[in-house]
Write a protein that binds this ligand. Structure first.
Ligand code: MN
Length: 160
């Protein structure tokens, strides 16, 4: 067991100010430079060889957004902080604390923070999972053919 795993196995890790936790690193969202996202941090709250899943906390700064992506693995999301909107498939919805969002396999999704508030959420995933796919130009055009999705995607352009 490396030191990181040992640290995560402390039975209790106290919450700190501003949605941080004892012994949990605050990481940049993604390593992949191609991903279209803005102002997102990631904290891995639970990840352990003995767990089939992982629980992460993502925080999107005001006006920021996660990457528009899809993949085989699914997400279970609980909004913890702030306000914003999400796209799941063809559905665009306002989200606020304690809302639950289910993202099924192979479903386009994106989370956007309101322009004046950060958006923080817990995200449950399989520990072993495929890499996200980003939309091709054609797929993006297809998504934008739906007026409400086009408006959702342009939201960030205005505030960003
Ligand atoms: Mn995803």
């Amino acid at each position: 067991m490396d030191e990181r795993t040992a640290g995560r196995r402390k039975a209790i890790r106290k919450a700190q100010r501003e949605y941080r936790w004892e012994g949990v690193e605050c990481l940049p969202y993604k390593e992949d430079e191609r991903a279209l996202f803005k102002a997102v941090t990631r904290q891995i709250l639970f990840s352990d060889p003995d767990l089939a899943g992982e629980l992460r906390y993502f925080e999107v700064a005001p006006g920021g957004f996660t990457s528009l992506e899809r993949h085989e693995h699914m997400h279970g999301v609980l909004i913890l902080r702030g306000r914003g909107k999400c796209l799941v498939g063809t559905e665009v919805r306002a989200i606020e604390p304690h809302d639950l969002v289910t993202v099924p396999a192979w479903t386009w999704h994106q989370f956007r923070a309101a322009s004046d508030e950060p958006l923080g959420f817990l995200c449950m995933v399989d520990a072993t999972r495929d890499r996200p796919q980003l939309p091709t130009e054609a797929e993006l055009a297809e998504l934008k053919a739906d007026a409400k999705i086009a408006a959702f995607l342009e939201d960030g352009a205005k505030s960003g």
